[in-house]
Design a protein around this ligand. Structure first.
Ligand code: ADP
Length: 467
């Protein structure tokens, strides 16, 4: 295409207008063919065309009068006369193409033998030239005013038809859009219906769940009442058992004392020996009953804790005093590696002493004469939380605990059979109770035994002197 044609033919606004017709590469249509036939007839020419021009070629929406290959191809690449018609923006009238230096090199002069040309630009309402309505002759010809007027009328008709197409396709597009929106709405409405159904199902399920919840709640309430009643019954039972068992045992103890004191008359040495046995058995039985009742109370959550700041060294000294007679009686050595007096733990003082006493009693019980028992304490960071904890270690050089039994000795009624343990040494509740107490005070009770003897460790939260 020549340089002076290019800016007009390739103007973006014009190209968009051509594409917007929707006619590029469309099939032939009778309505346009009728117009070109009319031109051929009325002007008496061999051929007439309606062309649409894009940046690549002339597309012939209608071509009347030319045979193959143009009839099938329906397009020509430029430059063509049509380009010049668009450029001139008015009827382009060329009586003799070969004689006109401006046009004689247009390819169709040679290829199709175009000798005379008249073309009316087809222009849209907003001024874009889409192409042209043109007629040609194969010999030079003086185009008359009537020829030009007729062709102008026919070009106007073609233009109206093209506009009609545009309006029609716009209407079709709107219709398509509306149709698509209708389908979308239909889908949304179906979806909405589904959602409503789902919501209804959920609401029914919720209603059902809420009924179930109410039933479960009522059942839980019933169970709670039953548990409360059972707990109350247990408490009543414990209180009455405590009374019923202790009263006769205390009577046995009391009367044994009276007899031993000689108040009921002289007592022989043999009788005194037997009475001593009765006395020891009575005390043992009393302590067993105490253990069982204590354990039962723990399980029923009936133990009250008076938690406060307890200076550790002082609490341990009190426990010392209580076990020294037993230590001496069994010919053991005892060392209390005095705790730092600054260490203060959070605990119930009595419960702490109960635990330590139980550990010391066990240490004495399970250590042979000549053995050694020691109490020591230290402060370390807690393995889980990292906060400081105080530890009390009760060590003995006694019979020790087999590794496979270490995990069981804290379970209630567990006793490791050994040469020292006899039927009268306990019921296996001391450690179970001690551990419960330690845990309830926010602490721990653990055991180690390797080689000689055992070490029991009570761990409690440290509040002062913890560095
Ligand atoms: P009891 O002392 O009444 O048997 P415990 O719960 O206090 O009950 O102890 C459970 C068992 O743990 C004991 O029977 C004993 O086998 C073992 N045990 C406890 N302390 C020691 C210890 N210091 N040395 C060896 N064994 C021990």
């Amino acid at each position: 295409m020549s340089a002076d044609l290019r800016p007009i033919i390739e103007a973006p606004g014009r190209l968009s207008a051509v594409r917007a017709t929707g006619l590029l590469d469309s099939d032939v249509e009778e309505v346009f063919d009728r117009l070109t036939r009319l031109a051929v007839t009325l002007l008496g020419v061999p051929a007439a065309f309606i062309s649409l021009v894009d940046e690549h070629r002339d597309f012939y929406k209608s071509a009347c009068g030319f045979g193959e290959p143009l009839a099938s191809a329906r397009e020509l690449t430029g430059p063509t006369f049509c380009h010049y018609a668009i450029q001139s923006a008015q009827p382009l009238v060329i009586p003799d193409t070969a004689a006109d230096p401006r046009y004689r090199d247009v390819p169709t002069v040679a290829t199709l033998g175009v000798a005379a040309y008249v073309g009316i630009p087809i222009v849209t309402a907003d001024g874009h030239a889409l192409g042209s309505f043109c007629a040609i002759d194969l010999k030079p010809r003086e185009w008359t005013r009537v020829d030009i007027e007729v062709l102008t009328e026919l070009a106007a008709s073609a233009q109206r038809e093209i506009e009609l197409r545009g309006a029609l396709s716009a209407a079709e597009r709107v219709a398509d859009l509306l149709q698509a929106q209708a389908v979308e709405l239909e889908m949304q409405s179906t979806e909405l219906e589904q959602q409503v159904e789902e919501a209804q199902t959920i609401s029914e399920e919720l209603e059902h769940s809420s009924e179930q919840l109410e039933i479960a709640h009522a059942a839980a309430e019933q169970a709670r009442c039953a548990a409360e009643a059972a707990n109350q019954a247990k408490s009543d039972f414990l209180a009455s058992m405590s009374h019923e068992l202790r009263t006769p045992l205390n009577a046995i103890g009391g009367y044994t004392d009276l007899i031993l004191m000689g108040i009921r008359g002289p007592v022989t040495a043999e009788q005194a020996h037997d009475l001593g046995r009765i006395q020891r058995s009575q005390k043992h039985l009393l302590s067993l009953i105490d253990s069982v009742l204590n354990f039962a109370k723990l399980g029923a959550g009936e133990i009250e804790y008076r938690i406060g700041d307890v200076p550790l060294a002082a609490a341990l000294r009190d426990a010392d005093a209580m076990i020294l007679p037993q230590v001496e009686a069994k010919a053991l050595t005892y060392a209390n590696h005095a705790c730092d007096s600054a260490i203060v733990v959070r605990a119930d003082r009595e419960k702490l002493q109960q635990i330590v006493l139980n550990l010391l009693t066990n240490a004495i019980k399970f250590t042979n004469a000549g053995g050694h028992i020691a109490v020591a304490c230290d402060v370390v960071p807690d393995t889980d939380s990292g906060t400081p904890v105080a530890r009390v270690h009760v060590r003995d050089t006694g019979i020790g605990i087999p590794p496979d039994k270490l995990g069981q000795i804290f379970d209630p009624f567990v006793q490791v059979r050994s040469g020292l343990a006899t039927a009268t040494t306990g019921v296996g509740l001391g450690l179970a109770i001690s551990r419960e107490l330690a845990v309830a005070m926010g602490g721990r009770l653990t055991a180690e035994s390797s080689g000689e003897g055992s070490t029991f460790t009570v761990t409690l939260p440290c509040v002062h002197g913890c560095t």
